[in-house]
Design a protein around this ligand. Sequence first.
Ligand code: AMP
Length: 416
Amino acid sequence: MSTFQAPKGTYDLIPPRSATFLAVRDAISTPLRNSGYGYIETPGFENVELFSRGVGESTDIVTKEMYTLTTKGNDHLALRPEGTASVLRAALQANLHKQGNLPVKLWYSGSYYRYERAQAGRYRHFSQVGAEAIGAEDPALDAELIILADQAYRSLGLRNFRILLNSLGDKECRPVYREALQGFLRGLDLDEETLRRAEINPLRVLDDKRESVQKQLVGAPLLGDYLCDACKAYHEEVRALVTAAGVEFEDDGKLVRGLDYYTRTTFEFVHGGLGSQSAVGGGGRYDGLSEMIGGPALPSVGWALGVDRTVLALEAEGIELDLPAVTSVFAVAIGEEARRILFGKVTELRREGVSADFSFGGKGLKGAMKDANRSGARYRRWYWLGLNAGTLFGVGFCTWLMYQSLYEINSLCLWC
Ligand code: AMP
């Protein structure tokens, strides 16, 4: 019988590459933790309706890509395809918005599921780190999130990315634009499905990646020309604040993104080395979402950055993160008595916070040394204490030497 493989569109994260994923999650969340965002974790599945109402009935995510299931108790659930709706649901459920401290700023990290056509950079199970600032309408908050994402990418050493920025207007001006766009789209030579989409959600047609559609969209009315004064002023303030922070961006009048809940500010981070799946992260303002899922009016803004694609972006730029050696001390004992004592010393070192490992499995010296090599030790020092050095004095001296050396060298191999 052949061994099982990971399901289509998924992959396993294994060492050493998995260490980069952890470092990326850490790098993305550090600026958030530094800026008043508290950590939130929600279940991997929710009631289907949360997403159909929140993300939008006509979006690809809801119509084609959700993993849905009916439980034995007849609950209709979906594996979460994105984080915002769940985080807002959780914040409302816990009444975080009633505690007089708006905006509620939250960050999260987790796995998301979309039944997509699998290809490089597009998976059915992927990982995001996200941030949501709930309950305040303040251009500084939109700017803060854009600046923090930029800071996260830069802290990883990424440079080959661009920030695209747009405003989608609000419930005053967007309907007027929507109608103008619909009128334009009806005159085009589009397939049936696209025409249907034009009727339900015409803005999504702007996002169509097919060249045959894009060609016809030249000359389409742009939302920027339809923004009401309040939306225009808001957008100008976001742009001014991001510019003042020294963060470069490009205005992209056609940026709409694939989720229905966005209003006003929308942005996307695209990387130059990733081919067709170039979006490494994106987000925007979603002032109406809370009401759409049964809550009070809570204007909010957030983003989600894709961890998988950020790792691919690092690889595309040839960036190797400066990851600390996994193991500082690797202990190889010769003889049963030395082994017992050394195991105790390794335990002690670990309790002191020194990363230490041990040669397991009753190996001979050669095998144990191979383990030591594989342990990630970058620099090695050897301490020869003689074969009879299973004495407490010998091991104690050795440990002392290790402590002395730890500040100078990344790793050492202990052999007694
Ligand atoms: P979205 O939730 O669609 O706004 O996506 C935010 C980010 O998540 C994207 O910019 C990608 O980096 C990542 N992402 C979304 N869908 C996938 C996927 N199917 N595979 C890998 N990454 C994804």
